[in-house]
Design a binder for this molecule. Structure first.
Ligand code: PLP
Length: 402
């Protein structure tokens, strides 16, 4: 008999989508995978070089549980440069990816019985981790087409049990980037109700529409003492498998994490820590520039193709690297004989009939959404999106077989 907490965890929809693509490819079918949550590109030379130097130097020992001090200092300097706010080494914890940073946050500030506001569509790890900490997720919808939450709706969800709010801008899956006024209003609300803010800013380097990413602590400096600002190198440097993330937080959260990590993972992988430190010292910024340009070109090309959709308006994809389609109008336009009634059906048919992998919005708490990644290899993105457009546009004319 397993522990009850395991039953609180939902199966990962993104992992299921990845598996389905793998199975279809193993059958010898030509599959274009637009479901992936990472940019398919080689990581920067300076990161690889840093890892090799560390390995050749025989680096092998545990580090301080919250990270190598020089790396924490370098991350504090990076964050200071990006936010225009002073951070120092004592504010920073190095983690095994943003996921561990978020779990630390949940385990550090939540008690059983607490409620946590999560904006829907949501990245599915948020509610799972909240439940693991014994607390209850309370969802507030951020509706299409902007996918930006309404402050009145957030306020209406606050109860005497509300302990925290989790925000994620730039957003996975919707690509929404919250503007200063929204962040200020969320900050004000958190102050009024004394909530913790867990701000996941993993996609902060990917904003495309001339708007700058703004952290909530920039928009509302007054919330710094109640904010856990989570970020990672996973997406920014295309090293999802290396497991290197961090967070900046008030001293009590930092020292709680020191204890937590010392009893869980001990420390983030030492080679990855040295590699990132090397990159932060010697990287010339060209990889980040190239990555941004590639994604920006992919976004523009993709939006041009998606403009051919008849009953679907894609979200603006202001940030992150996802096109998020709201299929609700398409569903209402479909004849009843067509058995595609949810995004899950569409994702399944797209894989079966058009050989394109994508992620159904149901993985993110939204039965009408479809997530397509423009982090896919450039030569696959355009044919993949054309197949999606052709398939969705053909649905109205299809009969029962879909
Ligand atoms: N937060 C969000 C919003 C994500 O989309 C992801 C990964 O997909 C993560 C956190 C996890 O990042 P990491 O791989 O650094 O743990």
């Amino acid at each position: 008999m397993l522990a009850q907490r395991i039953s609180l965890l939902s199966d990962s929809g993104t992992a299921a989508a990845r598996e389905a693509v793998g199975l279809a490819a193993a059958e010898g079918r030509s599959i274009i995978d637009l479901g992936t949550g990472e940019v398919i590109i080689e990581p920067p030379a300076s990161v690889r070089e840093g890892a090799i130097i560390a390995i050749n130097a025989g680096t092998n020992r545990y580090t301080n549980s919250i990270g190598l001090p020089p790396l924490r200092k370098a991350v504090a300097e990076k964050l200071a440069a990006e936010t225009g706010i002073g951070w120092n080494i004592d504010d920073i914890v190095i983690t095994a990816g943003a996921k561990q940073a978020l779990l630390n946050a949940a385990l550090t500030v939540l008690n059983p019985g607490d409620e946590v506001i999560i904006i829907r569509p949501y990245w599915p790890t948020f509610p799972s981790q909240v439940r693991l900490a014994g607390a209850t997720p309370v969802f507030v919808d951020a509706p299409a087409p902007t996918y930006v939450p309404d402050i009145a709706a957030i306020r209406a969800a606050v109860t005497p049990h509300t302990k925290a709010i989790i925000i994620n801008s730039p957003n996975n899956p919707t690509g929404a980037v919250y503007r200063r006024t929204t962040l200020q209003a969320i900050g004000e609300l958190a102050l009024n109700y004394q909530l913790w803010i867990i701000s996941d800013e993993c996609y902060s380097s990917f904003v495309f529409t001339g708007v700058r990413h703004e952290s909530i602590v920039m928009a509302h400096p007054g919330v710094r003492s109640r904010t856990i600002l989570v970020n990672a190198f996973s997406k920014e440097l295309a090293i999802t498998g290396w497991r290197l993330g961090y967070f900046a937080a008030p001293p009590e959260v930092v020292s709680a994490s020191r204890k937590l990590q010392s009893h869980t993972t001990s420390n983030a992988n030492v080679i990855a820590q040295h590699a990132i430190l090397h990159h932060l010292k010697f990287g010339d910024g060209s990889f980040e520039q190239r990555m941004h340009q590639r994604l920006s070109d992919a976004r523009n090309a993709g939006l041009r193709i998606l403009a051919g959709l008849k009953d679907v308006v894609p979200a603006a994809a202001d940030g992150s690297f996802f096109f998020y389609l709201d299929l609700s109008r398409l569903f209402s336009a479909l004849p009843t004989a067509v058995p595609a009634r949810s995004a899950e059906d569409i994702a399944r048919f797209l894989l079966e009939k058009s050989g394109v992998g994508c992620v159904s919005g149901s993985s993110f708490g939204d039965a009408n959404g479809l997530r397509l990644s423009f982090g896919a290899p450039p030569d696959e993105l355009e044919p993949g999106l054309k197949r999606v457009v052709d398939f969705l546009n053909s649905l109205k004319n299809r009969q029962a077989a879909a």
